[in-house]
Design a protein around this ligand. Structure first.
Ligand SMILES: Nc1ncnc2c1ncn2[C@@H]1O[C@H](COP(=O)(O)OP(=O)(O)OP(=O)(O)O)[C@@H](O)[C@H]1O
Ligand SMILES: [Mg+2]
Length: 251
């Protein structure tokens, strides 16, 4: 289980997360919706251990972040990722000079903690990457280009999904993975999320819209306002938000 208890987090000495609690079990899909600036990406970064986001805990106010009982707060980002936590970025950055394929192969080696790979292994990994790219309708030439450099918004989101399916994390946080996707790409990404969940992973979908949630039905929908979850409900809560906005949750 991914368990978040009473999470307080600050950036630049400003408290953004103000006591957020959430538990995600294997195979569950949780959607988090909330207005711009409510702290959704801050939650994603704090879970991953981004160094600019400091999680604050005191004797009076205990914060805990655990993945299958392991204390994430004691681990840096790499260790959290190795434990099986994954973040698909809202705005993935470009890495000039490192191709998508090379990046994925390197990440894989880090994950299995192996410095070298024999020829057969490398071929098998490449085949897996090519197959996943095909299922996500990613053009093969994109894999040869520098990671995200000059990629369209939708291509970036598909590459984030490709990374997720390649790594098969235990828990994935998808920060607006649906933003900028065309209708066909949305279906393909939704299919990818379903595949991951069927394998037993837990997923947190951060989104502004109900359109992805029509394809991947969430077990729970949470409304986040001003650094806290103020309401949790079933899938129909997302429809309600789309219809009437956040005003009624603001009291
Ligand atoms: N590095 C930073 N320095 C200063 N303020 C920051 C920093 N990172 C985040 N914030 C502030 O924290 C607040 C929450 O930002 P966050 O990105 O988590 O919101 P969000 O809910 O993801 O919004 P959106 O829906 O627009 O993506 C915002 O007011 C933002 O300006
Ligand atoms: Mg955000």
């Amino acid at each position: 289980m991914l368990s978040i208890k009473n999470l307080h987090a600050s950036v630049e000495n400003k408290e953004i997360l103000k006591g957020l609690s959430l538990s995600v079990k294997p195979g569950e899909i949780h959607a988090i919706m909330g207005p711009n600036g409510s702290g959704k990406s801050t939650l994603a970064y704090s879970l991953m251990g981004h160094p600019a986001y400091s999680v604050t805990s005191s004797k009076l106010r205990v914060t805990s972040l655990k993945l299958d009982g392991k204390d994430l707060l004691k681990l840096d980002t790499t260790k959290r990722a190795k434990l099986g936590l994954f973040l698909a970025f809202q705005s993935p950055i470009a890495v000039p000079g490192v191709s998508v394929g090379k990046f994925l192969r390197h990440v894989y080696k880090t994950k299995i903690q192996k410095r070298t790979q024999d020829f057969q292994e490398a071929i098998a990994i490449n085949k897996r990457i090519d197959k996943l790219a095909e299922t996500l309708s990613i053009k093969p030439e994109l894999l040869k280009r520098s990671l995200n450099e000059g990629f369209s918004g939708g291509e970036r989101k598909k590459i984030e999904t490709l990374q997720m399916l390649f790594l098969l994390p235990k828990y994935a946080i998808l920060d607006e993975v649906d933003t900028g996707l065309d209708v066909d790409a949305l279906r393909v990404v939704a299919k990818g999320i379903k595949q991951l969940v069927e394998k037993g992973s837990g997923v947190i979908i951060i989104t502004h819209y109900n359109r992805l949630l029509k394809h991947v039905k969430p077990d729970k929908v949470h409304v986040m306002l001003n650094g806290k979850i103020v309401k949790s409900g079933e899938a129909n809560l997302a429809k309600e938000i789309e219809k009437s906005g956040y005003l009624k949750f603001k009291n």
